[in-house]
Design a protein around this ligand. Structure first.
Ligand SMILES: Nc1ncnc2c1ncn2[C@@H]1O[C@H](COP(=O)(O)OP(=O)(O)OP(=O)(O)O)[C@@H](O)[C@H]1O
Ligand SMILES: [Mg+2]
Length: 470
């Protein structure tokens, strides 16, 4: 075994000094990698046989990258690769195959190789790039695993991503709400994750084995909503052919999630109030009470207190609903979570479609963090999935973003034409100035020149639109 170390004094930070293990019995190949790796301050471990590799991996910290020849003197590199994966060693592996042996290369990727290189190496740059990408991929994977282990949020909170202070507070409230049988009101703009919170409360509560029933109170017309919630008796109205249970009964012993409660019409609000206070319901067309044990969760993207003040929501129901309130922060107030959210959407997509993980450049991530995201996490998620489908490359850069975002901007949501001219103009202006500033590197003088506006007018606009200059 011949370990040639580079000149860096310490290797405590493995991001600074990645360790690369290369196994090949040809001295020339090992020298070739030695040359490339030494250019980039990497720690280089040279091995020549399968036995040496196994012993190294069994007795040392895992390297950051493994490069394996497919034919080693005492066995096959492919078998070794399989052994590595079977032992749960998640390090990226690059296989070296002989020129023309495509089937070996395909097999290697199937077993879990990150990439393969063919000998003789004609293009040194290609080798360099492959090493860099593999290392980058490995770190991202590792970081993800660590984040998940540290926060455990994906398991406990059913796929909720984000470690910002605001989200930590939300997780805390979810845990508390889950432990008590009280009603919970979940407030937050559209797409902030209210659904996820409701599910998380149910799954963490002692009702987790029972039904979780969701009703969107804004989606059904008044008459239908009432019979959907409380059920009806045969003959209660035309078409009521047999007595039917409603969502409240379906949720008996479990949790009923009344989504968009702010949109429930007054007649239904009264009935919900009665159900909450007396723990009984009545089928439409019946005076016989049905006793129930249902835990109630409510969500709204309106501010319910304002709805009460405006006389659109019953005060007495509001006090019943608002026992514990969880307010979800809009995405623009927790921008630090954006990279992790994007990463988790990309990872999910790539894993499900069986392709290698894609990467956003730092520049692209910083631009995304500066956008306003009126549709919150839902908008971000849809957008990431769209770029995964449209963009063929492994790396997504700033230019790619502009290309796909432009496309998105012209396909405003359906709600676009429901807004007033005033709102539409303001939303356009906000987007325009954000984009302008970003392109000008947040240099206001440059932004003024590019937009052909006076500096003072730009200041006024930014103030009016609530855009903070970095
Ligand atoms: N913290 C989060 N981590 C990961 N994904 C999230 C998070 N929050 C929301 N999402 C995703 O964003 C999308 C929208 O979330 P959700 O449906 O819970 O929002 P909502 O607040 O209920 O929206 P609406 O008001 O429109 O009903 C979902 O696909 C959800 O999985
Ligand atoms: Mg929802």
């Amino acid at each position: 075994m011949n370990n040639s170390l580079n000149s860096l004094p310490a290797d405590s930070d493995r991001h600074l000094t990645p360790t690369v293990m290369v196994a090949d019995d040809e001295a020339f190949t090992r020298q070739f990698f030695g040359m490339i790796l030494q250019e980039e301050v990497y720690k280089y471990i040279e091995l020549t046989t399968v036995a040496e590799c196994r012993s190294y991996l069994e007795n040392n910290t895992n390297p950051d990258l493994i490069v394996l020849d497919i034919r080693l003197p005492d066995g096959s590199g492919l078998d070794l690769l399989k052994w590595i994966r079977d032992r749960g060693i998640n390090v990226p592996v690059i296989m070296i195959t002989a020129y023309g042996s495509i089937s070996d290369a395909v097999l290697a990727v199937k077993i879990g190789a990150f990439d393969f290189l063919t000998k003789p190496f004609e293009d040194t740059n290609k080798v360099r790039i492959s090493i860099k990408r593999a290392l980058e991929y490995g770190w991202l994977e590792k970081e993800n695993r660590m984040l998940r282990a540290r926060h455990g949020s994906r398991d406990v909170f059913e796929d909720m991503v984000g470690k910002s202070e605001k989200m930590q507070y939300v997780y805390e409230l979810i845990k508390r709400a889950a432990a008590a049988p009280t009603n919970v009101l979940i407030e937050g703009e559209s797409g902030t994750g209210k659904d996820l919170v409701a599910r998380a409360i149910h799954s963490l509560s002692d009702r987790r084995g029972q039904a979780f029933v969701t009703v969107n109170c804004g989606a059904l017309p008044e008459g239908l909503l009432e019979s959907a919630l409380f059920g009806y008796e045969k003959g209660a109205f035309t078409g009521a052919l047999k007595t039917t249970q409603g969502f409240f009964e379906e949720a008996h012993n479990g949790t009923l999630f009344l989504d968009e409660i702010g949109d429930a019409p007054p007649s239904v609000q009264v009935k919900i109030l009665r159900a909450v206070e007396d723990r009984v319901i009545y089928h439409v067309g019946s005076t016989k009470p049905v006793s129930l044990d249902v835990r109630l969760l409510f969500a709204t993207n309106k501010e319910l207190a304002k709805e009460v003040a405006a006389g659109r929501f019953r005060n007495d129901l509001f006090y019943r609903v608002n026992v514990v309130k969880i307010t979800l922060p809009p995405l623009r107030e927790r921008r630090e979570d954006l990279p992790q959210l994007i990463d988790s959407f990309v990872e999910d997509y790539c894993r499900k479609s069986g392709i290698k993980k894609r990467i956003f450049t730092d520049e692209a991530l910083s631009y995304l963090s500066s956008r306003s995201w009126p549709g919150n996490v839902r908008q971000l998620k849809n957008w990431v999935l769209r770029i995964m489908v449209l963009h063929p490359g492994k790396v997504v850069g700033l230019d790619d973003l502009h290309r796909y975002l432009d496309e998105e901007d012209s396909q405003e949501g359906e709600s676009f034409y429901d807004t007033s001219y005033q709102q539409a103009r303001q939303s356009f202006e906000k987007r325009y100035f954000e984009r302008l500033l970003h392109r000008a590197g947040w240099d206001l003088n440059r932004a003024a020149r590019q937009s052909k506006m006076h500096l003072a007018s730009i200041y006024r606009k930014l103030n009016a639109l609530g855009i903070k200059v970095k």
